[in-house]
Structure formats: structure tokens, C-alpha cells
Ligand binder design. Structure first.
Ligand code: NAD
Length: 230
């Protein structure tokens, strides 16, 4: 079976009701990134950051995967699929994708501030600020803040090196190193980009662009690829 790597961003979850970051109705219009999503913000005002992610988590319990998340699961009938997501939601998991790499963390998990590998599933939406891990240090959201390292970039790069096809969905490709997965992919790979406002900053070879919303564009790409595999 051929290998497919799917890189997803906030746009794939937009039609589920999760706001994106940079669109006109996106989250960054109501918050400053430097107040709630940077390493410095956590050091300066951890309670505010904790509350921000509590609100995001609460909202996640009110939404469901959409047709784009479900379409990607169908690809697994004919391909080895790795979903590399910048999203912190769990909509790929709930749709049924099996192999998911979260580059920027997971909203429903929390971790120790002493040992980053001490990660817990959170029961419910609220992380009460000050709750401690078993080592006695406080728990923080399991999120990669801006200015922090992206530990899952390495497995994502390894998957990309072995890919035969790359599909990029709903990302403004402005956050690195995630965006580099498309730009550094081997030139001969077949690539698809689904985003109503798709813009590529560098020339990319063998790229098919579908300027559609994810729930329309992704099922089309999936159908094409399933037909190709027959
Ligand atoms: P972004 O906000 O920078 O870009 C969103 C992209 O989605 C834009 O290019 C936009 O044109 C596109 N888009 C909007 N509606 C769409 C739709 N219906 N179908 C397809 N595409 C659509 O988001 P990004 O590039 O993912 O930014 C990266 C950061 O945002 C990441 O750090 C990520 O963790 C974070 N984020 C995650 C979530 C989530 O978990 N759902 C939500 C918001 C932001």
C-alpha cells in the first residue's frame, strides 16, 4: 500500500464550529497570542493561560467531526495514512483516524510542569489551576506554546520522508516548522492542498489546489485517490 501523509490545520475543524486562528472571525481577533499562547505568557500569567485553554476545551465538548474528518478515515481502506495535525482538538480521533501525530499538543490532555513526558488525560473540560502532578508540580495544558520546541516534528518528518502522496488541508502555512512539511517534501511527490484561501509562498511541484471548504474539497480528493488505488 502507498503511504499518505495528511497535514491538517484549523480549517478542517472550522465547519465543525471550532474557530480558526487567523480568519476574520478567528480566535486571534479576540485574544493576543502573546497573552495566552506563548511560553512567556505561561510564565507571566499561568492562570489566564489555563483559563483560555479551559474555554477551548469546554467548546470542544460541544462539537463533532465533519465530513472532511470522516472522508480521511476512508482512505485507510487503500493506503497507509498518517495524519499530522496542527490542531489541538480530537476530531480526527473521534472520526476514527488511527495514526495521528499532534504537532501542537492535545487539548484534552494535561502535563506536569516538571516532567514534560508525564502526560495525563483530563477528566472533563476544566483543569483547576494549581492541580498538581504526582511529582508535586502544577499541571499545565498539554499544548506546545509559541516559542517552545515541537517534539513531534521528528516523527512527522520521518513519515513525510516515506510518503508517496501529501494532502494539506485548512492551514495558512504560516506556522513553522509545520509548514515546512509541504515545502520540504520531495519534489516528485503528488500533493493536494484544500483551502478556500489557498496561498503558497514558494513554488511547489506536482501540486493540485482545491480552493474549497474542507467538507467539499476533502471528499473529492479522497474519491480521486480511492479510484487511483483500484
Ligand atoms: P490558521 O488560522 O492560521 O489558518 C486557517 C486556514 O484554514 C486558513 O488558510 C483558512 O483559509 C482555512 N480555512 C478556513 N475555513 C476553512 C474550511 N472550511 N475548510 C478548509 N480550510 C479553511 O490555522 P493554522 O494554519 O492551523 O494555524 C496554526 C495554529 O492554529 C496551530 O498552532 C493550531 O494548533 C492552532 N489552532 C488549532 C485549532 C484546532 O485545534 N481546531 C483551532 C485554531 C487554531
Amino acid at each position: 500500500m502507498k503511504n499518505i501523509v495528511v497535514l491538517t490545520g484549523a480549517g478542517i475543524s472550522a465547519e465543525s464550529g471550532v474557530p480558526t486562528f487567523r480568519d476574520s472571525d478567528g480566535l486571534w481577533c479576540n485574544y493576543h497570542v502573546e497573552d495566552v499562547a506563548t511560553h512567556e505568557a505561561w510564565e507571566r500569567n499561568p492562570q489566564l493561560v489555563n483559563d483560555f485553554y479551559n474555554q477551548r476545551r469546554k467548546q470542544l465538548y460541544e462539537v463533532e467531526p465533519n465530513a472532511a474528518h470522516y472522508a480521511l478515515v476512508k482512505l485507510e481502506d487503500c493506503y497507509n495514512v498518517t495524519v499530522v495535525t496542527q490542531n489541538i482538538d480530537d476530531l480526527h480521533e473521534r472520526a476514527g483516524s488511527k495514526n495521528i501525530i499532534h504537532l501542537h499538543g492535545e487539548l484534552k490532555k494535561v502535563r506536569s510542569t516538571k516532567d514534560p513526558d508525564l502526560i495525563y488525560d483530563l477528566d472533563g473540560w476544566e483543569l483547576k489551576y494549581g492541580t498538581k502532578c504526582e511529582l508535586g508540580s502544577i499541571l499545565r495544558p498539554h499544548i506546545v506554546f509559541f516559542n517552545e520546541a515541537v517534539p513531534n516534528m521528528e516523527p512527522a518528518m520521518r513519515a513525510t520522508e516515506k510518503a508517496d502522496i501529501i494532502i494539506v488541508i485548512g492551514t495558512s502555512l504560516q506556522v513553522y516548522p509545520a509548514a515546512s512539511l509541504l515545502y520540504y517534501a520531495p519534489p516528485d511527490l503528488k500533493k493536494y492542498l484544500v483551502d478556500p484561501k489557498a496561498e503558497v509562498q514558494y513554488p511547489v511541484t506536482h501540486l493540485t489546489i482545491l480552493r474549497e471548504k474542507a467538507t467539499l474539497g476533502v471528499p473529492q480528493v479522497v474519491e480521486t485517490l480511492l479510484n487511483d488505488a483500484k
